[in-house]
Design a protein around this ligand. Sequence first.
Ligand SMILES: N[C@@H](Cc1c[nH]cn1)C(=O)NCC(=O)O
Length: 470
Amino acid sequence: MDSKRAWTVWGVGVFAYLIAVTQRTSFGVVGLEATARFSASASALSAFTVIQLLVYAGLQIPVGVLVDRFGPRVMIATGAALMTVGQIQLAAATSVPGGVVGRIFVGAGDAMTFISVIRLIPAWFPSRRVPLLTQLTGQLGQFGQLISIAPFALVLHAWGWSPAFLGLAGLGLVACVLSTAALRNAPEMSGPAVELAGIKETAEDLARAWQQPGTRLGMWSHFATQFAGNVFVMTWGYPFLVSGQGLDPTEASVLLSLFVVVGIICGPLLGGWVGRHPMRRSTMVLAVTFAITAAWLSVILYPGPAPLWLLVVLVLILALGGPASMIGFDFARTFNPSRRIGTATGIVNVGGFIAALITMYVVGLILDLLKNSGFSGGNLYSLDSFRIALSFQFIVLAIGVGAVIGMRNQVRRRMALAGETVPPLRQALADNARRRAQYRSELRAGRLAGRDTAGRDTAGKHDGGPAGQD
Ligand SMILES: N[C@@H](Cc1c[nH]cn1)C(=O)NCC(=O)O
């Protein structure tokens, strides 16, 4: 484990995920060309994204089960092949139904990628590295969005629709061939291949993964932290910044690209923190969710357009939701035995995407209703309409916070039955401060021989296991 081979497997997995994010986000930059090519209305065009995300979310649990059954390698390679077929179909399509079929293939292939790559990490690396590598996987994958924004858009404008989508299909093919050639589900020394579970055992595993409160704590953590950022980047952020807040399009694009930058800086920091404080993961989830709520409240309640610095703060905090949502996968890993990790990860990954889909749809619906009622004065994207429509997010955030607290209580009750109690945060902070002070005084007295460099007793805190930590 943790060998050159492990890093190669992880690198190829991250590459496959990055290419999947490129395929997923590619439609975001072709709006004008798609309108002309398909002679489609705005709502018909939005169907491309909504259907693709529905397929993605709907396949998470089946794919999770399949990853546990067949292993990540075949799933990642199949996912890349499906996305390749989808982009070839899109390159040739000239009607809305033809284009939607292409996006269905892309959504299905995309659905197979992330949870399979996440499944590779605990098989190849020691558990102390897993939180950080899981974070890095999530964040590095987001660079795929930049491939859509820059090289893909360039090819589209220089050579046109079909060559651009065929180029994406080519990337999918490369990911498929590389995954087949270089990925292995686990190191050879990890013992004989696990016997395939039958349908009955698979159904039992799915039920057990769901019944485990730690899995549902992960799902609600993903739900609470991820959706607001998704909604902003994928749909309403740009019109809100440009039409609602009066920013120019370049400023809005720069703000949107901050998401990738924040993720790559904060993801590893958060991953390291989670590795060191596994007992405080849900507290971090709640802190980020409260920060998102406070940021949106400040912008929505600000009289008139918000100052640029406040919009920057909003974007920075929304962007934190991406890395924070990865804590959900850490819950799935530490509360489930390894043969159920794929299934549990699939359940977790449904949370944020369902919340995002519902919010995207309802915000659009409210904007339409306000326009039709005459409230917007004919401007679909007026600031006051956005204030009302985007306030729907507070309902979703409140549901997320309530569910995280409820599931956390269930998890803690189970842990208490197993003899493990989580000290209150105030007491834990005081204990930490006391330990640090003791460590410093021991350091001064030169009595530290034999202790670890941090002077902490971290043994057993990273592995989790079905009892896990919250
Ligand atoms: N939480 C995201 C990944 C992420 C990290 N930073 C921003 N986004 C997630 O759930 N990813 C699943 C996927 O398929 O991309």
